[in-house]
Every structure is written in structure tokens, then in C-alpha cells.
Design a protein around this ligand. Structure first.
Ligand code: FMN
Length: 392
């Protein structure tokens, strides 16, 4: 089954494109080894600094819809263990799983020597690549690290050049979406020696406010902070980032909201050479790899792709600026009366969100084709999927 998923990326051979993103599921050797046993194709370690960081607790907050998590924010820092500890962890994983690419995520300061020390040490321990974290949006920027560097092309170049100057393995640079033009940041990294762009890290956000106590969420002894938003809810932001970086001709490791195999397939079509996953693993465990890889293999087979690599970027030719869209192309909504359950959800959506084209006739939605604008709103509120949009 995995043959079709095997992929070569950045000079490394992955048994499948699914990689643990740098985050708690990769916070030590024991967890990464369990992930590899479960079938993950590679892993990026939790970000390693020269020293370990001290976290607050709690540090996670959630956006839920009917008890299901749509997204989460965190304000977790880099690893609580420093470089000395990580050298042994990396060597341990590589001894147990020499065939599985292990990418060491590192974070230094504005001082290039930090990055050089980290790179040399993780490579000597056996890391197959390094990933520069210039993208963490909380805690580290206050110390002029993380997204403080990733929001300035010159500082991206400073860190990337420092690593590329000493690295003997591929250099991955993980970017923040909290910028106006992530593709421009990717080009800056590439110009300074990056081999791969990883995108995205978390989106800066505030997940909620407790209505009784007025405390921002998550609340740490009654105080809150802007955190990093991740999970399914960030997928559109991540897909935009991945496709725009891929369209600029750069190899990209996609990340942000991958939860089910269909998400993975979309990232692949948008140009992701590998797929990084964090929140879905945090919420559901390493076992999600079974559904992700089985679903993706079946999709590749059904669409006639011999390998994952054959399908990478297939959607890119159709993704562009608004100016490429044809405003003379017509569309209209159509109801399948057999499938309509008479709920009437579509009527106020069309009446107050658009064009007053839908009415109910004997418990069946009826669309007036002379009034329907083809905007595409009504299918989104149709529970039985009785409304489709067709080209006209
Ligand atoms: C609790 C938590 C801790 C994280 N720690 C790191 C980190 O140390 N280094 C890093 O590069 N990204 C870190 N991330 C970001 C993830 O690697 C990933 O880029 C982001 O969560 C989007 O992917 P997802 O939607 O699959 O979670 C962290 C994310 C979460 C939720």
C-alpha cells in the first residue's frame, strides 16, 4: 500500500509524505519512535534552542462547534529541554529508525553563531535535515526570535545564511503566515540558501473570552495572551501559503489544518512535497496515520497517479489572481426535489444573504432561475445536499 506513497523530497526518501510537525507529538525520542512504529513517514523534532524554555499552564484554548474542535490556540514555547539533552534524543531515534527522515527544528537568536552551533550539533547527532523556526508567534518574538525574525526578510536571510553556511544536510525554513506576502519571505529564505520552505506555523489569534469572568482564553492566573491558532480552521490560510510558495517554484513542506485524507490530498495538489501534521495528532493520536495514508493511496489509485510525486502541484495551474477569473461565465443553483427534505434553510440564506430566488412550494425548495445569480451560497446551508451549483 505504501509503495505509491513513497516520495523523495529534499534529497531524502520518505516511506510516505506524512511527517510529524515540530510540536508536542515530537517532544522526545520515545514519542517519535512510537509515531514511526505507527507508520509516520518522518518527523520534525519539537524546536530545539540552546537552552530549554519554561512554559505556562494551561497553554491551550479551543474553538468548538457542537463539541468538535475546529481549531486551537496555544502559547507553548520551544522545547523545555536544551541542546545538550536533544543530542541524545536525536541519536536515539536514528539508531532505532535509521530509514525514517528526522528533521531537527532549531531556533537561535539574532546572533548567527547560535544558529551555527545548533546546526552542527544536531547534524552530528544524526539529524537528516534542519528546519529553522523563524515562525513561532508567541513568547519567542518578545525575545527577538521566532516570528520576530520571520516577519523581516533580512532577518530570515541572516538566520538562513548562518545555517546554510555550515550545514551538510538540507536546510528547511519554516515560515509564519502572520505576514502580508509569505511567498516573498520564502524567496528571501531561498536566496540565503534554503532548500525547502515549510509553511505554515500557527496563525496569531485570541481564541475566546470567558463571559463570566472576562478572562481571555486560555487564562493563565487570570491573564491571557495572543497565541498561535492551528488545526482544521487554518487550512485555507495554509493552502494559500503552500500554493503561493509552490507557484514561486520553491519546494514546500505543507502544514496547517491537515486532519483527514482529503485535506492531505488538497495540500498535495496545491504543491506540498511532504505533509506535516500537528493538531490532528494532538487531538486524535498517532493512529490517524492509518486513515490519512489509506485514503490518500485510494485517491491516487482512483485518479491514476502512479506516485505521490506525480500528483504534487496538479492544482497550481488553476490557482491565480482574481484578474484571471471570467466574469462572463454563468452558474445557477438547482434543487433535486427528491432529495429536498423541506427544511427551508436555503430560503432565508438566499432572501437575506443574496437574491430572493428561493421559495418553498409544498415543502420543496424551488429556485427561480430568472432571479438566481449563481453566487453559490445556498448549497452551504442545505443539510441533505439537495442543492447543487451548475454551470450555465
Ligand atoms: C502546542 C503546539 C506547539 C507547537 N510547537 C511548535 C514548535 O516548537 N516549533 C514549530 O516550528 N512549530 C510549533 N507548532 C506549530 C505546528 O508545528 C504547526 O505548524 C501548526 O500547528 C499548524 O499545523 P496543524 O494545524 O497541523 O497543527 C506548535 C503547535 C502547537 C499546537
Amino acid at each position: 500500500m505504501t509503495g505509491r506513497l513513497r516520495t523523495d523530497f529534499s534529497g531524502l526518501s520518505f516511506p510516505n509524505p506524512f511527517i510529524l510537525a515540530s510540536a508536542p507529538p515530537a517532544r522526545n525520542a520515545e514519542m517519535m519512535k512510537r509515531a514511526f512504529e505507527a507508520g509516520w513517514g518522518g518527523a520534525v523534532t519539537k524546536t530545539i534552542g540552546l537552552q530549554g524554555a519554561t512554559n505556562v499552564r494551561p497553554r491551550f484554548g479551543f474553538l468548538k462547534e457542537r463539541a468538535r474542535v475546529v481549531g486551537m490556540t496555544n502559547f507553548e514555547l520551544i522545547s523545555d529541554k536544551g541542546l545538550d539533552h536533544w543530542v541524545d534524543e536525536i541519536a536515539d531515534v536514528k539508531r532505532a529508525f535509521p530509514d525514517r527522515p528526522l528533521i531537527a527544528s532549531i531556533m537561535g537568536s539574532l546572533e548567527p553563531a547560535d544558529w551555527e552551533i545548533l546546526t552542527k550539533a544536531v547534524e552530528a547527532a544524526g539529524a537528516d535535515a534542519v528546519e529553522l523556526n523563524v515562525s513561532c508567534p508567541h513568547g519567542m518574538p518578545e525575545q527577538h526570535m521566532g516570528s520576530f525574525m520571520g516577519q523581516d526578510p533580512e532577518l530570515i536571510k541572516l538566520a538562513t545564511a548562518a545555517v546554510a553556511g555550515v550545514a551538510t544536510t538540507p536546510v528547511w525554513v519554516k515560515l509564519t503566515p502572520n505576514v502580508t506576502d509569505i511567498a516573498a519571505m520564502a524567496v528571501a529564505a531561498k536566496d540565503a540558501g534554503a532548500d525547502v520552505i515549510a509553511a505554515i506555523n500557527t496563525v496569531a489569534g485570541l481564541v475566546g473570552i470567558d463571559l463570566e469572568t472576562f478572562e481571555p482564553l486560555p487564562s493563565v492566573a487570570e491573564k491571557g495572551a495572543y497565541g498561535g491558532y492551528s488545526g482544521r480552521g487554518v487550512k485555507p490560510i495554509a493552502l494559500r501559503a503552500v500554493s503561493s510558495i509552490a507557484a514561486a517554484g520553491l519546494p514546500v513542506s505543507g502544514c496547517g489544518g491537515i486532519t483527514i485524507w482529503e485535506d492531505a490530498a488538497e495540500f498535495m495538489l496545491a504543491g506540498a512535497g511532504t505533509l506535516q501534521v500537528c493538531t490532528a495528532v494532538m487531538l486524535n493520536g498517532f493512529g490517524v496515520i492509518d486513515e490519512l495514508s489509506a485514503g490518500l493511496v485510494q485517491y491516487l489509485e482512483r485518479k491514476g497517479f502512479a506516485s505521490y510525486g506525480d500528483a504534487v502541484g496538479r492544482a497550481l495551474p488553476g490557482i491565480g489572481d482574481y484578474s484571471a477569473l471570467d466574469n462572463t461565465a454563468g452558474a445557477h443553483a438547482r434543487v433535486d426535489p427528491e432529495a429536498c427534505n423541506g427544511c427551508g434553510n436555503c430560503v432565508p440564506a438566499c432572501a437575506d444573504g443574496g437574491f430572493q430566488a428561493i421559495s418553498m412550494n409544498d415543502k420543496t425548495a424551488v429556485i427561480d432561475p430568472a432571479v438566481c445569480d449563481g453566487c453559490g451560497l445556498c448549497p452551504s446551508v442545505c443539510r441533505p445536499n439537495a442543492i447543487t451549483l451548475v454551470r450555465s
